[in-house]
Ligand binder design. Sequence first.
Ligand SMILES: N[C@@H](CCC(=O)N[C@@H](CS)C(=O)NCC(=O)O)C(=O)O
Length: 142
Amino acid sequence: MLMEYPILYSFKRCPYAMRARMALVLAEITCEIREVRLNNKPNHMLKVSPKGTVPVLILKDMVIDESMDIINWAIKKNNLFKGNLEHSEKNFSEELISIFDDKFKYHLDRYKYSTRYEDDNLEFHRNECHKILISLEKNNIP
Ligand SMILES: N[C@@H](CCC(=O)N[C@@H](CS)C(=O)NCC(=O)O)C(=O)O
């Protein structure tokens, strides 16, 4: 297959895909965006990334299928921030990202998509999400 631009498999309601797209836009990297339906993923996407999540960025010589890896690739590629991001600032952003990706997302999925889980304690997971947000609003790391 002749690739003029990198291909990004994406989904408009996916926050991971959106943050990857934002980094690609900021880094001024032109991509062919392929919008997918999560209930009907393209074979080509599953072939290059069998885990079946978006975003997936396909470059000439590699496939990147984790949003943070796409962001870091874009930052490095176009030297975004040009070394201006303070070390402590970077650690803080990484900590915040991991709170949302790990802790918050864990409870959010079990609240928002409760039918997909055996654990049906919807109220509990909603409260855990709420606690994290309250804590962040008070500028505390939960
Ligand atoms: N750790 C992954 C998470 C990506 C992810 O979970 N994306 C969701 C959409 S928001 C997905 O593709 N889910 C697959 C599905 O629902 O079948 C990343 O940061 O790229």
